[in-house]
Design a protein around this ligand. Structure first.
Ligand code: GLV
Ligand code: GLV
Length: 328
């Protein structure tokens, strides 16, 4: 009988598929991030591993698993937590969950952060709930409009394109993007213009990151890039924390170089702040909105992720091609 190890409780839809396929499933019983030691013990002798983005899947894991392991199905769109070279060496297929449903959810959270920043929703909520509202006032919590502004997408792949559609069709935004590859569909359908990263930083009112975490994208937004941003521009990150140099971001916020930031991911996640020695805290800024890595956290998206991870496992264990192999 084929055996699957799941590192944490996930949406049950995928587990039902695995069960129907006749596999023995072991789910790590504690609803918390699995410790490395327990991961190594859990994966031993298994045919498949269903991992989360919080699990570091490295050489140790492949070694501990042994030769039966055929597939690591990562319950995420991103897969920077998996050592693809080690997987290749051990002949293990790695898959992710980049479905339209999941990507649309991420695009919605991106938009939610953008709107919340522009209209100061978190500050206004706090104000209203803490007895500060004493009557309508002309200058109370004035924000900025999103309508007609320029959105700069860094990374115009699937998720970026879904953000773009909302921006152009829903909010009449102008669209510029930077990417290694041109996206002609985006240009044709939404009038997007491909520009250099430097030009994007200089021109966009809202900048949103939609790149995977790679050596080439780590800290791609740092002091120099933040300094190029237009005064009054906002930065939104729903990709991976280390794409932004958090220390540089904190300094840009403190010097009011940028208008604010909406962050769903953090450089030293799950810590919100990497290092408090500088007394710079993300939490202390009213113009920073923080969400705890929930961009794909909708019932529909999490169901889809669960099912896709399961279907990838079933395909590989049946000797077929994975549905969505992890591709850089
Ligand atoms: C979430 O961050 C994901 O990669 O799915
Ligand atoms: C990134 O995850 C993309 O597909 O755009």
């Amino acid at each position: 009988m084929k055996e699957v190890f799941v590192t944490r409780k996930i949406h049950p839809a995928g587990l039902a598929l695995l069960k129907k396929a006749g596999y023995k499933i072991t789910v790590y019983p504690k609803d918390q991030m699995i410790e490395k030691k327990e991961l190594l013990a859990g994966v031993k002798g298994k045919d498949a591993l269903l991992s989360l983005l919080t699990d570091k899947i490295d050489e140790d894991v492949f070694k501990a698993a042994g030769p039966r392991l055929k597939v690591v199905a990562n319950y995420a769109v991103g897969f920077d937590n998996v050592d693809l070279q080690a997987a290749k060496k051990h002949n293990v297929t790695v898959t992710n969950t980049p479905s339209d449903k999941v990507n649309e959810s991420v695009a919605e959270e991106t938009f939610a952060l953008m709107m919340a920043l522009a209209r100061r929703i978190a500050e206004a909520d706090h104000f209203s709930k803490h007895g500060q509202y004493k009557g309508w006032a002309p200058m109370l919590l004035n924000g900025v409009d999103v309508y007609g502004k320029t959105l700069g997408l860094i990374g115009a792949g699937r998720i970026g394109s879904m953000v773009a559609r909302r921006a152009v069709n829903g909010f009449g935004m102008k669209l510029i993007y930077s990417d290694m590859r041109p996206n002609s569909e985006l240009e044709k359908q939404l009038g997007a213009k491909k520009v250099s990263l430097v030009n994007l930083l200089k021109k966009a009112d809202f900048i949103s990151l939609h790149v995977p975490l790679l050596p080439s994208t780590r800290h791609m937004i740092s002091t120099k890039q933040l300094a190029m941003m237009k005064p009054g521009a906002f930065l939104i990150n729903t990709s991976r924390g280390p794409v932004v140099d958090e220390k540089a971001l904190l300094k840009a916020l403190r010097s009011k170089k940028i208008a604010g930031a909406g962050l769903d991911v953090f450089e030293c996640e799950p810590a919100i702040d990497c290092d408090l020695r500088d007394n710079l805290e993300l939490k202390s800024f009213e113009n920073v909105i923080l969400t705890p890595h929930i961009a794909s956290a909708t019932e529909a998206a999490r169901r889809d992720m669960s099912e896709i991870a399961a279907k990838n496992i079933i395909a590989v264990l049946k000797g077929k091609k994975a549905l969505t192999p992890a591709k850089v």
